[in-house]
Design a protein around this ligand. Structure first.
Ligand code: ZN
Length: 149
């Protein structure tokens, strides 16, 4: 059990140290900024939506290791997914960390299990889900709010 804990810790630290898909993309057509005042986490998510498929997703921001690791893992999982699939993933992850549904996550979501420790800390759940809420908000946007920097 402690080996698993160490593995989870390592996954979180690795994503925090080297966040995947971090930065502002040249091209994006959906964006949303999330702020978790309880912890001070700020995450902005940039999506490139083509049809209903997420062609690209990047994020930038600063915050605790949990918030950055969760955002980093999320981007890897969301790329190539349809809008509906992305929101379904969010639901699965949300249920997982809030403990409403203790069912195992699908194998492809293995890395998300590293965040299971937040279950015992409701305030940390907000850290873990911040980027996901931002992603869902970006998908909800009308696409007029184009961000290109
Ligand atoms: Zn946090």
């Amino acid at each position: 059990m402690s080996d698993l804990r160490e593995l989870y810790q390592e996954i979180i630290l690795d994503h925090n140290r080297r966040p995947r898909n971090f930065g502002v993309p040249d091209q994006s057509n959906r964006t949303a900024k999330g702020h978790n005042p309880l912890c001070g986490d700020i995450v902005t998510v940039y999506l490139l939506l083509e049809g209903n498929v997420v062609k690209d997703i990047q994020f930038e921001g600063k915050g605790c290791a949990i918030s950055i690791a969760s955002a980093s893992i999320m981007t890897e999982l969301i790329i190539g997914k349809t809008e509906a699939e992305a929101l379904e993933l969010f639901q699965s992850f949300h249920d997982f960390v809030t403990g409403d549904d203790v069912a195992e996550l699908a194998d492809e979501l293995e890395e998300l299990k590293a965040l299971s420790g937040v279950r015992d800390y409701p305030m940390r759940v907000k850290c873990a889900t911040l980027a996901w809420h931002s992603m869902a908000a970006a998908l909800d946007g009308d696409g007029e709010n184009v961000a290109t920097e």
